[in-house]
Design a protein around this ligand. Structure first.
Ligand code: COA
Length: 162
């Protein structure tokens, strides 16, 4: 059984993340999309909200389940008995940060590898903050996020402004 975790903040999940996940299903038998309970990022959505949006988005993708985690991603990978951490690599600008993360994780547990998957070109410059901003300003992003995510952003921003 080849199991991997795909950790991230997912604030919110986009079709770019889904694109990486779908590619990963060709390589692994079981993938845990791991929603980080981050405190360092000022997230728009709570961990539970991010978790629910991920669950709704991936419900038709086989081999993938969603979990939340606290603390180190590498510890969560160990807990899940996963041998691999999946990360998406978009533009060159991601590389240095991702290299740093993966080398640190390798130091923490040399038995767990990080692999990088490239998204399809239409998702290369997509990010969650861009999505939050564009939807917040009334832009249409149907090709990049599911309807439930778009609705959730609009509702969240409306509540914030009231
Ligand atoms: N499609 C769309 N956007 C993507 C993407 C893709 N395929 N891949 C990455 N992104 C974007 C995200 O939307 C996010 O955008 P934003 O910054 O505008 O919100 C950005 O890239 C970073 O995303 P993410 O993958 O969530 O990375 P992160 O840096 O927020 O999270 C963790 C990284 C959570 C995996 C990492 O911090 C971690 O492991 N934390 C746990 C603590 C830990 O182990 N620390 C030690 C690490 S050595």
């Amino acid at each position: 059984m080849k199991r991997a975790i795909y950790p991230g903040t997912f604030d919110p999940i986009t079709y770019g993340h889904l694109n990486i996940l779908t590619k990963a299903t060709d390589l692994f038998d079981d993938i845990v999309l791991a929603v980080a309970n981050v405190t360092s990022k000022n997230t728009l959505f709570t961990t539970d909200e991010r978790y629910e949006l991920c669950k709704n988005t991936i419900q038709h993708v086989s081999k993938v389940r969603v979990e939340k985690f606290d603390g180190l991603a590498i510890r969560f990978a160990e807990e899940m008995e996963a041998k691999t951490i999946i990360r998406g690599l978009r533009a060159v600008s991601d590389f240095e940060y991702e290299l740093q993360l993966s080398l640190m994780n390798k130091n923490l547990n040399p038995n767990i590898e990080t692999i990088f998957l490239l998204p399809d070109s239409m998702y290369l410059y997509l990010s969650s903050s861009m999505v939050r901003q564009i939807v917040g300003l009334g832009g249409n992003l149907k090709s990049y996020i599911p309807f439930c995510v778009e609705e959730a952003i609009i509702e969240k921003l409306q509540n914030k402004n009231n």
